[in-house]
Ligand binder design. Structure first.
Ligand SMILES: [Zn+2]
Ligand SMILES: [Zn+2]
Length: 309
């Protein structure tokens, strides 16, 4: 038997192996401008048209208010070291303090929201309530959004608070080198510790067809194995559900249901349509939520803009 000749691996071949990055942090202006365009496109002929158009304008405001905003304060290096040691995300939600930069972001967002035309009357009333809220009431709303527990009766008010927090946390997430982020748990954002709004099958050349969770708050994308429940990690009984209709379906948005934890998250396919947005398409596919809920599954994705669910 001839010995097999062993040679050093060709580095260029290794470089060609598609290895998905673990995480990707957002480019905040692009994130919200893209979302605004997607909401506007989805609004055409949609049952939720007026609401989606309002969210298009709100997302456009989230992009526009960033110009000239001071840079958020970077996380202290000793906190980062501690977080890494304990496998905690570098952005601490429970210890969040509304500083001057967040205050400016919030004020700009509210001012920009006031200029949205037409502002649907329920949104107008909710905006007025947020503007009239004192510091303690605003702080309580901030805590609700960060804890992912928004009271059902005050969803409309929290839309504005969540919009401001999304801008602030996306800008903070953008300060990190994605390569420095590490897993902090199944289905948990490695930057801010949040839940995904939905998940995406990406079209990226270095990782085509791999899946990423999309953080509902900071917009970080992180790798998660396909056909594995993002809620409980089970791979046993995963089933995909979808609706075939003009505005939903066509294989671009599905719900991944898990018979082990009876939860589901949506999967958007960028290989089929790059315009899909993890927040906008989630809101616009409310019919899919209603269908899957009827089948007995509980929603696992977090989305502060999803109403009527
Ligand atoms: Zn996050
Ligand atoms: Zn599960």
């Amino acid at each position: 038997m001839c010995p097999v000749e062993m040679t050093d691996p060709d580095p260029s071949v290794i470089a060609n192996i598609a290895v998905p990055p673990f995480a990707r942090v957002p480019v905040p202006t692009r994130l919200f401008a893209g979302r605004a365009a997607r909401f506007a496109a989805l609004a055409e002929g949609h049952d939720l048209g007026p609401y989606l158009r309002f969210l298009a304008a709100l997302s456009a405001a989230q992009a526009a208010i960033q110009e000239g905003l001071p840079e958020p304060q970077r996380v202290a290096s000793d906190f980062l070291a501690r977080a890494k040691e304990h496998r905690m995300p570098p952005l601490d939600r429970s210890g969040f303090e509304a500083d001057a930069v967040f205050g400016a972001t919030f004020a700009r967002l509210l001012a920009a929201a006031e200029r949205i035309t037409p502002l649907p009357p329920p949104a107008q009333a909710a905006l007025a309530r947020v503007q009239a809220a004192d510091a303690a009431a605003r702080d309580a709303m901030i805590r609700n959004v960060l804890a992912e527990s928004i009271p059902v009766e005050a969803l409309a008010e929290h839309v504005f608070v969540a919009a401001a927090l999304q801008v602030h946390f996306a800008r903070r997430a953008a300060q990190f080198d994605a390569a420095s982020l590490e897993s902090v748990g199944e289905g948990v954002c490695p930057t801010c510790g949040g839940a995904p709004s939905s998940t995406v099958i990406v079209h990226w050349p270095q990782a085509p067809g791999t899946r990423f969770c999309s953080c509902a708050l900071c917009g970080t994308l992180w790798n998660h194995v396909r056909s594995k429940c993002t809620l409980c990690g089970s791979t046993r009984k995963i089933v995909f559900q979808e609706i075939e209709s003009e505005t939903e379906g066509a294989g671009t948005v599905k719900a991944e249901t898990c018979d082990d934890c009876h939860g589901y998250v949506k999967i958007l396919n960028w290989q089929k349509d790059r315009a899909l947005d993890p927040i906008a398409d989630d809101v616009a596919t409310l019919g899919l939520d209603l269908l899957v809920r009827e089948l007995g599954f509980r929603r696992g994705g977090v989305n502060p803009f999803l109403i009527g669910y």
